[in-house]
Design a protein around this ligand. Structure first.
Ligand code: GYE
Length: 311
């Protein structure tokens, strides 16, 4: 009995690493899944995770990082809401010899200020979305409206860039309106309503490109309320591959999405564990996969699979 108790105690004590996580908030279904996956990955590995929700504000993230430094955590995870303004606080972490790992977004700062960044190739995501649209519309004239992600965030900048790369050379497909919907359903619906109002009741809109599925889901509501058919009158292509976009696809209301894994923490903890053990510095960018899904991919089957993955 004593042996078992000792073993239990030791396994309970397995928290050989305390990690602070500065999360942006829960603006989208994908972000909420990233949080739940991060918490379960930490639990699985015996990591003591200190979680801070910034409610979308960079100043709250900076405060949280300073608190983690004061607490003397072993490492810090940050999903940086915008790409700029991180140098000072990351220098403080470096001086405290606390490694920082970026999750799902990049920053404009010297890469000496962080151990690694675990993100998708967001330019590629935008390109995959744009290539799908160009292929789908062929030589037909197609006016596209674009719902951008959070202004100044790396995904908003890069997903726009990649989409425009895909449209280059296909003058029949062009972005006629583009505005941020801040990655949320509410804002996505609001902005789509304004796009519809200023486009002959939406009749002049051929397609919507949304930088994430949550804005697309909000926009689909607006399209339906305007008496139009999303997925046919207005094609809908977006990014994340959250469960709800597959439900929309199954109803013919969305057409394509580019998958983003919510499991950025797994590779992040792997890199940190290696670094802690033998100071092995990982590559500065650990890239996650991007896969296109369309209505041809049995959407309700994918929906069921996704429901088990932290969503
Ligand atoms: O696409 C969106 C979330 O940073 C890539 O942030 C991530 C994006 C993701 O709000 O759903």
């Amino acid at each position: 009995v004593a042996m078992a108790a000792a073993m239990l105690a030791s396994s309970a004590y397995a928290a050989d690493m305390t990690v602070g996580f500065s999360q942006i908030g829960s603006e989208s279904g994908w972000r909420a899944a990233e949080t739940s996956v991060t918490k379960s990955e930490a639990k699985k590995r015996g990591v003591d995770l200190k979680f801070a929700d910034a409610q979308q504000k960079q100043e709250n993230q900076i405060k949280a990082i300073r608190t983690f430094i004061a607490q003397g955590v072993d490492a810090i995870l940050v999903a940086p809401v915008v790409a700029t303004g991180w140098d000072a606080v990351l220098k403080e972490a470096k001086e405290a010899e606390i490694p920082v790992v970026l999750l799902d977004r990049q920053i404009d700062a010297p890469d000496s200020l962080y151990l690694t960044a675990v993100t998708s190739d967001q330019v590629h995501e935008g390109k995959v979305a744009g290539d799908w649209l160009v292929k789908t519309v062929g030589s037909k004239a197609c006016n596209v409206v674009e719902l951008q992600g959070t202004t100044g965030s790396s995904p908003a900048i890069n997903r726009k860039k990649g989409f425009e790369q895909a449209l280059a050379g296909h003058d029949n497909v062009k972005i006629v309106k583009s505005q941020t919907g801040d990655f949320t359903r509410t804002k996505g619906k609001e902005v789509m309503e304004s796009f519809i109002k200023s486009s002959n009741g939406g009749k002049d809109i051929c397609a919507l490109y949304a930088h994430n599925d949550d804005m697309a889901v909000g926009a689909i509501q607006a399209i339906k309320e305007a008496g139009l058919k999303p997925g046919t009158d207005i094609l809908v292509v977006s990014i994340d591959a959250v469960p709800d976009i597959f439900q929309a696809m199954a109803k013919g209301e969305a057409n394509a999405t580019v998958e983003l894994t919510p499991n950025m923490a797994g590779p992040a903890f792997d890199a940190l564990e290696k670094y802690k053990k033998d100071k092995a510095a990982p590559a500065k960018w650990i890239q996650t996969e991007s896969k296109l899904y369309t209505q041809a991919d049995d959407p309700m089957k994918v929906y069921e699979e996704k429901k088990g993955l932290g969503y």
